[in-house]
Design a protein around this ligand. Structure first.
Ligand code: ADP
Ligand code: MG
Length: 462
């Protein structure tokens, strides 16, 4: 009796601490806009790095030729070959291969990681047939999507600021990522030139713009989270270079590192952060993204087990192990519509080795998933509102039919339906009538196409 009441008290406390009423989301959005200004004003002026990407032209549709793309960003890693046919023919052919990155390489040496990547690329190239080879005498060219914070030195070079999302290889920090890849390609005997180094948000923005001219920003909700958008070059005080002809510059916000006193954080977020590979960093990411949502739920359930004997008089050992409950499993439990919540039951049994759970326990677990997912989803919507505010696109424009499209990518948004619905709902709540002019479109793997398009724009042959 008393134990059950304790479990419910933990649930209610979670619900209160994670609450994101509209007013709070507005505060978060305003804080995001303020930090965007600060990050653009000076280097180190904000938690938001607001990185200059050197991408000052987005695709026009005229891009032509055969280009490669590499996407390194989290759990998976892709190699692509894209044949661009210009305005008439668009994307003639797109082929790709996907591999998962062995865990030990995420925390090993720089050389081992880049050798693995270069080898995968060399194998991909080795398998290509006659008609997908570059023209005689021409070097293969690559757009490298690298989804970690990079201080760009040019469109095709940049140094790693820090690793995120479970990667941790100290020696790579401060190194030129293109240099690292180029050396590895030489080691494996692959002749290829890196024509562009882009963040996945920037790739998604470029890929999105190629498909739809109203795309103004891109957001990633996958293992991690981040956003990029098109800024007016003269609104970037920290940019001392020449103003680009287009008058525009793509900014990689690195919004995962956003933090604000307005964020609704809990003891679970604090302990997750303290135990992470990067304590004190990526706070927004740690409340929103796929790498962490399941882990937050696990921490809540763990406390219920410890303080309220939620799963009986012993705390299930598996439940005490960090990252055993992954976000896709959380999502499966959250979407369970069976009357006896049998998906929840089987996840508990298979993953956490909790064999006999009662229906009322299962119901509480679904509640926990709902609270954690909807906080993340609604905060993502607040982030998007922050960008729209910065662009002046959050209010109706007199006599103008202005459309704003956000290109979205990432497994969390794509597969976690309740998360996606909650995010869209919050955006509608925040935008009111303007919501009709704003849309979020899934740009599935737009970043690979985008990287190839940016490589094309920076090809040595044009
Ligand atoms: P990455 O972000 O690593 O480049 P993705 O965009 O494919 O890769 O996102 C993968 C992430 O998406 C996973 O780490 C996971 O957190 C989340 N994800 C994948 N499938 C699901 C699912 N069915 N439900 C919820 N989240 C999912
Ligand atoms: Mg990705």
């Amino acid at each position: 009796r008393g134990k059950w009441a304790k479990a419910i008290a933990i649930l209610k406390e979670l619900e209160e601490k994670c609450a994101t009423p509209t007013a709070k989301l507005r505060q978060v959005a305003d804080a995001m806009t303020v930090e965007m200004h600060a990050g653009l004003a000076s280097e180190g002026g904000s938690k938001l790095k607001m990185l200059i990407t050197y991408v000052d032209n987005l695709p026009t549709g005229d891009e032509k030729g055969l280009f490669y793309a590499l996407d390194l960003g989290g759990t998976n890693f892709r190699v692509l070959r894209i044949h661009l046919g210009g305005k008439e023919n668009r994307v003639i052919k797109k082929e790709f291969e996907e591999l998962s990155i062995p865990r030990h390489l995420m925390v090993g040496s720089s050389e081992a990681l880049f050798d693995f990547i270069a080898t995968a690329l060399a194998n991909f190239v080795a398998k290509e047939d006659e008609d997908s080879r570059p023209l005689p005498g021409r070097q293969r060219e690559l757009g490298f999507t690298f989804s970690f914070p990079v201080r760009q030195l040019s469109v095709a070079s940049g140094t790693l600021i820090k690793w995120t999302k479970g990667f941790s290889i100290e020696e790579t920090v401060g190194q030129d990522i293109v240099g690292e890849l180029t050396k590895a390609m030489e080691r494996v005997g692959l002749d290829m030139r890196v024509a562009a180094l882009v963040n996945d948000t920037v790739g998604t923005l470029a890929g999105g713009r190629y498909e739809n001219p109203d795309v103004v920003a891109a957001v990633i909700l996958g293992t991690g989270t981040n956003a990029a958008y098109v800024e007016r070059a003269h609104a970037i005080p920290k940019w001392h270079g020449l103003l680009p002809n287009s008058g525009e510059m793509v900014i990689n916000m690195e919004w995962g590192s956003f933090r604000s006193s307005h964020l609704p954080l809990t003891e679970y977020d604090q302990s997750l952060d303290a135990d992470s590979l990067n304590p004190g960093e990526q706070i927004f990411e740690k409340t929103i993204s796929g790498m962490y949502l399941g882990e937050i739920v696990r921490r809540v359930l763990c406390r219920m087990a410890e303080e309220a004997e939620f799963f009986g008089d012993v705390v299930p050992p598996k439940l005490q192990k960090p990252f055993t409950l992954r976000t896709p499993d959380m999502s499966a439990m959250h979407h369970d519509t069976s009357p006896d919540l049998k998906v929840v039951g089987s996840k508990l049994k298979d993953i956490l080795e909790i064999p006999n759970s009662s229906l009322k326990v299962r119901k509480v677990i679904v509640e926990v998933c709902d609270i954690v997912a909807s906080r993340g989803a609604r905060l993502s919507a607040a982030g998007i509102l922050g960008i729209l505010k910065k662009l002046g696109r959050d209010t109706p424009k007199e006599g103008e039919k202005q459309k704003s499209v956000i290109a979205m990518d990432g497994g969390l948004f794509e597969h976690y339906t309740k998360f996606r619905n909650s995010m869209n709902g919050a955006l509608q709540e925040l935008l009111g009538d303007v919501h009709e002019t704003v849309s979020v479109v899934l740009s599935n793997d737009g970043s690979g196409l985008g990287a190839a398009l940016i490589a094309a724009a920076n090809s040595q042959y044009f």
